[in-house]
Design a protein around this ligand. Structure first.
Ligand code: PLP
Length: 398
């Protein structure tokens, strides 16, 4: 075998989104791009805010000497301070630049955190439905994912179930809010209850358990809701995030890790994270992007356009009989599959040139995911296909 057995089996087992993407290419060639409705990828279709381009031009027009050189592995002081100031104001705690590491996106941040904290065989609790990459990131660093379902009707935290899953092997819990794939935001009361439960279990087990809050969609929320700052509710907490979604910069790979200033052994954690950012081969986050995002901490993409897309799809699909939780944020819908086999449903959708991802890809068979970060005109063109699919799968009478 030419590559590692484990990687070979990972490639075979994890390729849902890629398979759908390839299928999209085939369908587009056959039917024309306008007649294929691709809802598979979480790749923002909006542009970064105007201020991003203004700042980019300002740097390009008067480049300072040395701006492309290596720097501290944690990132520029100016960028870390800017993130820290924003988090101090949302948490009410004195977050300082020393508690921030600039990273290559939230993916880089998660890998750095997991490498820093995991001993071989230690468990990380992940909440189903979950972002599929968590399993691979945990495995990258010798950890073992321990899946716990969220509430199956609301997709909110099931705190007793998380409590039951915590053992002397548990090192961390990952939450993701607003959530990919369900779109839910965990309210403050729920985070407070989670924090109390974790602290109780830490005392009982005599070990530190990290709550990792993965928040790349934090500024994409609707209906006046906001994402509560986790530092207020959980002491041993870390935020991992990026500007892939809120500033629509996924290709630029810029994000950060922030540690709660009250976390036990916070300085040791920071030393470890800076070391791991270096030795995982990231070395430091992209220099130009660090400079830019330090000026954009209070900016975001046009969230209103995402809300319109959510409302159009949610309204139409529920009126056709599809069942789903109305998303509070992010840009995904996670409806129940009208037939028990979600993969069969996805295949049926394909016949109508609708490309979606089965819930099985998120550890949640029986559901499917729609990524609506697409052109609204494509959503409008897709509506007859959704109706035909609903008729075919018995949701509405002919
Ligand atoms: N976490 C979640 C829940 C995501 O949906 C994504 C990307 O889709 C990421 C992390 C990684 O984002 P990035 O590495 O681009 O910041």
């Amino acid at each position: 075998m030419a590559i590692a057995t484990k990687i070979q089996s990972c490639i075979e087992g994890s390729s849902w989104i890629r398979r759908m993407f390839e299928e999209g290419g085939r369908l587009r060639e056959k039917f024309g791009a306008d007649n294929v409705y691709d809802f598979t990828l979480g790749n923002p279709d909006v542009d970064p805010p105007e201020k991003f381009y203004t700042e980019l031009r300002a740097i390009a027009n008067s480049p300072e000497r040395g701006i492309h050189r290596y720097m501290s592995n944690a990132g520029y002081e100016e960028s870390r301070a800017s993130v820290a100031a924003m988090l101090s104001s949302s948490s009410g705690l004195p977050v300082s630049a020393g508690q921030i590491v600039m990273t290559c996106g939230a993916s880089g941040a998660l890998n750095v955190v997991l490498k820093t904290i995991l001993n071989p065989g230690e468990e990380v609790i992940i909440l189903t439905p979950h972002f599929v990459e968590y399993r691979f990131y945990i495995d990258n660093h010798g950890g073992v994912p321990h899946e716990v379902w969220t509430d199956r009707t609301t997709f909110q935290l099931d705190i007793p179930a998380i409590e039951m899953a915590i053992s002397e092997k548990t090192r961390a819990i990952i939450i993701n809010t607003p959530n990919n794939p369900t779109g839910v935001i965990y309210p403050a009361e729920s985070l407070a209850e989670l924090g109390q439960m974790i602290e109780r279990r830490e005392r009982e087990l005599g070990r530190q358990i990290y709550l990792i809050s993965d928040e790349p969609y934090a500024r994409i929320s609707y209906d006046g809701l906001t994402v509560p700052n986790i530092f207020r509710y959980v002491t041993n907490s870390l935020i991992v995030t990026s500007h892939s979604k809120d500033l629509a910069l996924p290709g630029e790979r810029i994000g950060y890790i922030a540690a709660n200033p009250l976390m036990t052994h916070v300085d040791l954690f920071m030393e470890g994270a800076i070391f791991c950012n270096r030795t995982l081969g990231f070395v430091n986050a992209p220099a130009l992007m660090q400079r830019l995002v330090s000026k954009l901490q209070n900016e975001s993409v046009d969230v209103e356009s995402y809300r319109q897309k959510r409302d159009l799809l949610y309204g139409t699909l529920t009126s056709l009989g599809y069942h789903m939780v109305k998303p509070d944020g992010a840009f995904y819908l996670f409806p129940k599959s009208p037939v028990p086999d979600d993969v069969a449903f996805v295949r049926a959708a394909q016949k109508h040139n609708l490309l979606i991802v089965p819930g099985a890809g998120f550890g949640a068979p029986g559901f499917f995911r729609i990524a609506y970060c697409v052109d609204i005109k494509m959503i409008e063109r897709s509506l007859p296909a959704w109706k035909a699919l609903a008729v075919e799968t018995g949701l509405v009478g002919v």
